[in-house]
Design a protein around this ligand. Structure first.
Ligand SMILES: *Cc1c(COP(=O)(O)O)cnc(C)c1O
Length: 331
C-alpha cells in the first residue's frame, strides 16, 4: 500500500499516545485495556475528525477552494473541528447544523461545540429537525458557486474515502506503537457513526497485511446499513492506497446493541461506562459516542469474550466538547 503520495496538511498532534488503563482493566477483571488517545489530537479540544481533516482540507486547498462547508447535528464535534481547521488555514467556514430537539438541555443550542463554532468564526445556519442534510449541503454548494465562490463540501462526519485516509494513518500508527512497545493488539473497539473512522481502520489493517479485528459500536444507525456504508468507503479507501488485498465483507463488524432509543439519547449502560471510566482512570468519555462504545466493550468483556492476558485497544474518538452541552444527562 501507499499513502505518502496523497496530499495531507498537518493539523494535529501525532502520534497520539497509546496508554494502558490498569485500574479499569482491574475493575472489569481483565483483559488488559489500552486507550488510543485520539481525544488528544488537537484542533479545538481534539477528536477523530482531526485525522480526516488533514486529508480533506489538503484536498480542498489543492482544488483552490475558498469556503469549506459541512453539515451535522447541532452539537457536531466534526463541525467544530472543521471550523478550527478552516480557521487555521485561513478558509471561510459554513456549518449547516440540524437542531435535533431530543435532549432537553438548555445549553444544547448555545454551549459545548456551538460555543466553539462561534468563537472559531464559522457561519452557522440552523436546519430544522429531520432535514435532509446531504441535500442541504449540495444546495449550499450550488448557491456558493453561483455567487462566485469555490466551495469544498465535506459530507457528514468527514466520512468519504479521502477523509477515511486519516484512519489508515491511525492503523499504521497503532501497528508501529505495537511493534515499539511489544504489546500485541488482539482487538480494537471504537464508536462508529458516519462510517469513515471504521472504514479507514479496516482499510489500513488490510493494506498493511495486519489481521487485527475491529468492532465498531454504533452511536445511531442499525448495524446492517452502517456496515454497508463502512464496507463501501473501506473498499474505495483501499483503492486509493493501492492496497494489494481487498476488504472482505466479514472484516466489517458493527454492534448496534448500545444505541438505546436513538442517536444522542442517554442509556443506563452509557452512564455506567462514562462514570466508571472517569472514576478509575480520570478519563473523560462523552455520552453520544465514546460512552456507548465503552458500554459495548464492557459488555464484550463481561460476556467472556476476551482472555485475561489479551490486549484490547479502545480508540477514544473524543467528544468532550459535546459532553459539556449534555450535562443534564448525568443529573
Ligand atoms: C464523529 C465521531 C465518532 C464517529 O466517527 P465516524 O467516523 O463518524 O464513524 C465517534 N466519536 C466521536 C466523539 C465523534 O465525534
Amino acid at each position: 500500500m501507499r499513502i505518502d503520495h496523497i496530499s495531507r496538511i498537518k493539523l494535529g498532534h501525532f502520534p497520539t499516545p497509546l496508554e494502558h488503563l490498569p485500574r479499569l482493566s482491574g475493575a472489569l477483571g481483565g483483559p488488559q485495556i489500552y486507550v488510543k488517545r485520539d481525544d488528544a489530537t488537537g484542533l479545538a479540544t481534539g477528536g477523530n475528525k482531526t485525522r480526516k481533516l488533514e486529508f480533506l482540507i489538503a484536498n480542498a486547498i489543492d482544488q483552490g477552494a475558498d469556503t469549506i462547508v459541512t453539515v451535522g447535528a447541532m452539537q457536531s464535534n466534526h463541525a467544530r473541528q472543521t471550523a478550527a481547521a478552516a480557521a487555521q488555514v485561513g478558509l471561510r467556514c459554513q456549518l449547516l447544523l440540524e437542531n435535533r430537539h431530543a435532549i432537553p438541555d438548555p445549553t444544547y443550542e448555545t454551549g459545548g461545540n456551538v460555543l466553539l463554532d462561534r468563537l472559531l468564526g464559522a457561519e452557522i445556519t440552523e436546519l430544522p429537525d429531520g432535514s435532509n442534510l446531504m441535500e442541504a449541503l449540495r444546495q449550499r454548494g450550488s448557491d456558493l458557486r453561483q455567487s462566485g465562490s469555490i466551495p469544498y463540501l465535506i459530507p457528514i462526519g468527514g466520512s468519504d474515502p479521502v477523509g477515511a485516509l486519516g484512519y489508515v494513518r491511525c492503523a499504521l500508527e497503532l501497528m508501529e506503537q505495537s511493534r515499539e512497545s511489544g504489546i500485541h493488539i488482539d482487538h480494537l473497539v471504537h464508536a462508529t457513526a458516519s462510517a469513515g473512522t471504521q472504514a479507514g481502520l479496516v482499510a489500513g489493517f488490510v493494506g498493511s497485511g495486519s489481521a487485527i479485528p475491529v468492532t465498531g459500536v454504533s452511536a445511531g444507525m442499525p448495524a446492517g446499513d452502517l456496515s454497508d456504508a463502512v464496507f463501501d468507503i473501506a473498499t474505495k479507501t483501499a483503492a486509493l492506497i493501492q492496497s494489494a488485498d481487498s476488504v472482505n465483507r466479514d472484516m466489517v463488524v458493527v454492534d448496534d446493541n448500545f444505541v438505546g432509543a436513538g442517536y444522542g439519547l442517554p442509556t443506563p449502560a452509557m452512564r455506567e461506562a462514562v462514570e466508571i471510566t472517569a472514576r478509575t482512570e480520570g478519563l473523560i468519555l462523552d455520552p453520544v459516542y465514546t460512552g456507548k462504545a465503552m458500554a459495548g466493550l464492557f459488555n464484550m468483556i463481561r460476556g467472556g469474550r476476551f482472555a485475561r492476558d489479551q490486549n484490547v485497544v479502545f480508540v477514544h474518538t473524543g467528544g468532550v466538547a459535546g459532553l459539556l452541552a449534555y450535562g443534564s444527562v448525568f443529573d
